[in-house]
Design a protein around this ligand. Structure first.
Ligand SMILES: [Zn+2]
Length: 76
C-alpha cells in the first residue's frame, strides 16, 4: 500500500482559524494499475482505501476537518 501525506491549509472549527492539516492521499494511478493486473479483483480494495484516507487532520489540535473550506467542497 503506497500512500503519500500531503499538507493543506483548511479552516479548523476547534482552533477557529485556518491551520495546517495533514491529508493522506490515495495513489489512484497505482490502484488503477493494480486493478488491471488483478483483473478487477483490486477494485473493492481501492474503493475502501479511497474512502478511509481522505479526511484532513488539524496539526494543531488533531481534530478531523469536516469541511474542505478552501476547495468549496463540503463532505457529507
Ligand atoms: Zn485545530
Amino acid at each position: 500500500m503506497v500512500m503519500a501525506t500531503q499538507q493543506s491549509v483548511y479552516y479548523c472549527e476547534q482552533c477557529r482559524k485556518t491551520t495546517l492539516h495533514l491529508e493522506k492521499k490515495t495513489d489512484h494511478l497505482l490502484h488503477l494499475l493494480l486493478s488491471v493486473v488483478t483483473a478487477g479483483v483490486w477494485i473493492p480494495v481501492w474503493v475502501l482505501i479511497g474512502m478511509g484516507t481522505s479526511d484532513p487532520r488539524c496539526t494543531v489540535c488533531g481534530r478531523k476537518a469536516k469541511y474542505r473550506t478552501f476547495r468549496g467542497y463540503r463532505r457529507a
